[in-house]
Design a protein around this ligand. Structure first.
Ligand code: 8YV
Length: 316
């Protein structure tokens, strides 16, 4: 029996996952082509494609879906689905899977790392030592500690709750906001994102990017967080009005920002790079050997289950 044809948009760093994928499917690797040749490759194979393997940052748009007349299933090697045209897929009854759960710990760990790095000014302290400022007796200002501070978490799903569980042992108060209240938890819920920012020292973003959350972190929210406040974003850049963020950081209306995600990746606004009160990482929340293997394996297992006629493991 011939193997199902799969259009693969991104490589998993797990060689074990990639070799299983190669063994069980007829793979058409878009990521191996130079950008200028990707369209002609998709045109050449589009008619036989039954599955797409993609990742959150690349997504899958309606125009591309329309070029794949035999498409049956889309496996997303990410948890975020904001760049996947779900209505277009649903209209054709095409199944979708993603990778919830397996990346929660690493993404939550990064939120803590970013918060600590921003609050304790880790990049500046590292630079101070390397430049020889310590040896030269340059003055240092003390940073602020975490104990007794309030962390407001916007989006209290798996990742938001995992961040809360990590921050509570630092002696911090935790509050959250999302439109839907969660029953049976002791963590207080603010009535709005603005109220959450106003009562928090740190605002941590772990909400999905939707039309409702786009630029939800605006000038007003940043001012409410305040001159000592720290913004941490491990979710999606689209949640933040980056121009307002640059203005708030430059004017001292916001203390610091630690960002793993940006509105137009991989382009990071130059002013964010130039500011001393930012910590910037290149969308690495899930980028560990263990988690990328677990994500890739779950994505592959969903694909195998679909073609074996078995229930999908993590359907959307
Ligand atoms: C990236 C993420 O997708 O899962 C998500 O939603 O944002 C990340 O894990 C990763 O770059 C996938 O390759």
């Amino acid at each position: 029996m011939s193997k199902p044809d799969v259009l693969v948009f991104a490589k998993s760093p797990s060689t074990a996952v990639m070799s299983q994928l190669e063994q069980q499917f007829e793979c058409h690797h878009v990521w191996q082509q130079a950008a200028a040749h990707q369209n002609s490759m998709i045109d050449a194979v589009g008619a036989c494609i039954r599955a797409v393997w993609t990742v959150g940052p690349i997504g899958l748009d309606g125009g591309l879906i329309a070029r794949l007349p035999r498409l049956e299933v889309v496996v997303v090697n990410s948890v975020g689905l904001d760049k996947i045209d779900l209505p277009a897929l649903a209209a054709r009854g095409i199944k979708v899977t993603n990778t919830p759960g397996v990346l929660t710990d690493d993404v939550a760990d990064l939120a803590v790392l970013l918060l600590l790095a921003a609050q304790r000014r880790l990049p500046a302290m590292d630079a101070y030592v390397r430049r020889g400022d310590w040896a030269a007796g340059e003055r240092l200002q003390p940073a602020h500690g975490l104990r007794g501070k309030t962390a407001g978490i916007f989006g209290f799903g798996r990742i938001g709750q995992a961040v809360a569980a990590r921050l509570a042992p630092f002696g911090m108060e935790i509050a959250y906001y999302q439109p839907r209240a969660i029953d049976g938890i002791a963590t207080p819920r603010a009535q709005s994102l603005l109220e959450l920012a106003a009562r928090s020292d740190y605002l941590i973003l772990s909400a999905p990017a939707t039309s409702a959350t786009r630029h939800a972190v605006n000038a007003e929210v940043l001012s409410a967080l305040g001159p000592q406040g720290v913004l941490v974003n491990i979710a999606r850049g689209a949640l933040v009005d980056e121009a307002a963020l640059v203005a708030a950081l430059s004017a001292g209306r916001l203390g610091a920002a630690a960002l793993d995600v940006f509105d137009d990746e991989p382009d990071v606004p130059a002013p964010l790079c130039a500011l001393p009160n930012t910590v910037l990482t290149p969308h690495i929340g899930s980028l560990t050997v263990e988690t990328r293997h677990a994500m890739g394996q779950l994505t592959l297992d969903n694909l195998v289950a679909y073609f074996a006629g078995l229930p999908l493991i993590t359907p959307v």
